[in-house]
Design a protein around this ligand. Sequence first.
Ligand SMILES: [Cu+2]
Ligand SMILES: [Zn+2]
Length: 187
Amino acid sequence: MRLRIVLAALCAVAGLAGMATLVTAKKPAPKTIKVVLKNGNGVPVGRASFTAITTRSPVIVRVSVRRQQAGFHGFHIHATGKCVGPAFTSAGGHLKAEGQNHGGHIGDMPSLLVKRNGTATLLLTTDRFTLADLRDADGSAVMVHAGPDNFANIPARYAAAGPDQMTLDTGDSGARVVCGTIAPAAR
Ligand SMILES: [Cu+2]
Ligand SMILES: [Zn+2]
């Protein structure tokens, strides 16, 4: 009888400890990443946010920029969270997995359309990357380019052998004009 009471008490304690572990072990990652976008001189010219309802749900991307040239601008996530102006080459190439070409890169997104007043806003969803991908070991960068993106969609009548490596890497949207840093996740 006494043994049963002791056992029951032990089970209760173990159960509580188990619950506590469950509650504390799953520390949720931030659900929204907010990014300040700056031009090559370091002047803030916009913002972007990346929101995921759960770790598995698509990422909602919101972006707004100002003081840009009217027209389409290539818009991507680049691999490294380092925006050193004015050229922003510090951010590396597009965020991608092995073997992917432009248009199919993880970090490729629809282009920004800047209006005559120099502003653009874009709302999109993507399931190509997660918030964790953005906050990987070297972070990542949000990039706006000077010109339109061809998504490496070059008809064979222009290039029988297919697009060259530069097009397959970049989409030919030209100089990097706006950059925003996403830091690695805190460890
Ligand atoms: Cu880019
Ligand atoms: Zn790309």
